[in-house]
Design a protein around this ligand. Structure first.
Ligand SMILES: [Ca+2]
Length: 401
């Protein structure tokens, strides 16, 4: 039997990184989240503010920040890489200009130009990494943006299975300096369990696309496996890695990613409590979920939802002392169900916010100023866009009155 979680959250045990906590942005670790009497009615709206940074884009998918305060943003189907900001236009939104259009990208429903990550040494090497679909695979390439002519993508990893759905595609450099990529099962669930297949994995590599030192399987790019379609990855201030993953038709997941672990797909969705398979930290029914992006500020994970058209604020102050705990708590019933595992670090019911306000929300990433940037995906054929779509939204936390 599942019960609503009403216990008081534990005291935060860590502080956010100083560079994530500028003075004008309250940290969510300064106050406790309470589901309160309005449970299920966007109670998280009390804790957040939003502003539109950019409007009228088309499926902005990957976001990465540059040392000059601007961001590079990919658009999935136009194949464009946009430079956003740091300047403002007369209407207050950030400037947008096209840096390049990537040749060789094949757009097929969920495929196209997906993730982007700037080299940690961008100021010197002017290099960004992109993940995109071609007619025969998904691949990761590097582009040198030195301003000398059209940048040509140079592949560092090819042969990631691709399909019209489940292409994964998120790229990010971890705190260890290595490049991580999420791959989808490309509609073949069994491949997620095959360690010799790059589908349904989280990969960890050098900037040359080679297995990074310390990977759990010798000579392999695989960091974790048994994933269906993970599209979000983020790390907290303690270096713990999290991923948001889209499940099939029953549960979407937030996972803590540990090297060499099997996350269960296609044997199980959600909390299986099956020996040898790692349970998610929290799961949502797709009607209120299809969790996609994740960004972490202090001890709060911001998890975005496509179909659910909202975000969740997930309080991580529980400490994740027992990742293998089988104790599951829950809230809601049927299509509105959310479950989480308190002993694995989720201190209470994830709180929803922005329900329906911006439509389908995909990417989440922490900006250099400590705010969180969100992108919408209302022009992907699965919603009725408004003229302002698609947007990039800036989210900041506030202390509730
Ligand atoms: Ca799973």
């Amino acid at each position: 039997m599942f019960c609503a979680c009403t216990q008081a959250p534990e005291r935060p045990t860590t502080s956010p990184r100083p560079d994530m906590e500028p003075t004008d942005i309250p940290s969510p670790t300064d106050f406790h989240f309470h589901p309160g009497p309005g449970r299920g009615a966007a109670v998280g709206d009390r804790y957040v503010r939003t502003e539109t940074l950019v409007s009228r884009l088309a499926i902005p998918w990957g976001v990465t920040f540059l040392p000059d305060g601007s961001a590079l943003v990919t658009e999935r189907h136009t194949k464009r890489i946009l430079k956003v900001g740091p300047g403002r236009r007369a209407n207050g939104e950030l400037t947008v200009r096209t840096v390049t259009t990537v040749e060789g990208v094949y757009t097929n429903n969920e495929g196209g130009l997906l993730g982007i990550a700037a080299s940690p040494r961008f100021a010197k090497d002017r290099t960004v990494f992109i993940y995109y679909t071609t007619k025969k695979d998904n691949r990761i390439a590097k582009l040198v943006l030195d301003g000398k002519g059209r940048p040509e993508p140079k592949a560092i990893l090819t042969g990631i299975p691709g399909a019209g759905v489940h292409n994964g595609g998120r790229l990010a450099f971890g705190p260890d300096g290595y490049l991580y990529a999420t791959t989808g099962d490309a509609a073949k669930g069994g491949d997620a369990q095959d360690l010799d297949n790059l589908a349904g994995k989280i990969l960890r590599m050098t900037m040359d696309g080679k297995p990074a030192p310390g990977n759990p399987f010798p000579g392999s790019l695989v960091w974790s496996y048994g994933h269906r379609n993970p599209e979000g990855i983020a790390w907290d201030s303690r270096g713990r890695m999290f991923s948001a993953e889209i499940g099939e038709a029953v549960w979407d997941e937030l996972n803590m990613i540990l090297p060499g672990r099997n996350y269960g797909w296609p044997r199980v969705q959600g909390m299986g409590n099956i020996p040898g398979l790692t349970n998610p930290l929290a799961v949502w029914r797709p009607e209120i979920g299809v969790t996609n992006g994740v960004a972490i500020v202090g001890n709060t994970a911001v998890v975005t939802c496509l179909r659910g058209q909202r975000i969740y604020l997930v309080n991580l102050v529980g400490g994740a002392t027992n990742i293998s705990s089988r104790r599951i708590m829950g809230s809601g019933t049927g299509e509105a169900s959310i479950r989480w595992r308190p002993a694995a670090g989720i201190s209470g019911r994830p709180m929803d916010a922005l329900i329906g306000k911006y439509g389908r929300i995909r990417t989440a990433i922490v900006a250099p100023d400590g705010s969180v940037w969100l992108t919408t995906s209302n022009r992907d054929g699965r919603n009725d866009p408004v003229p302002e779509d698609d947007r990039i939204i800036r989210l900041t936390f506030r202390r509730p009155r």
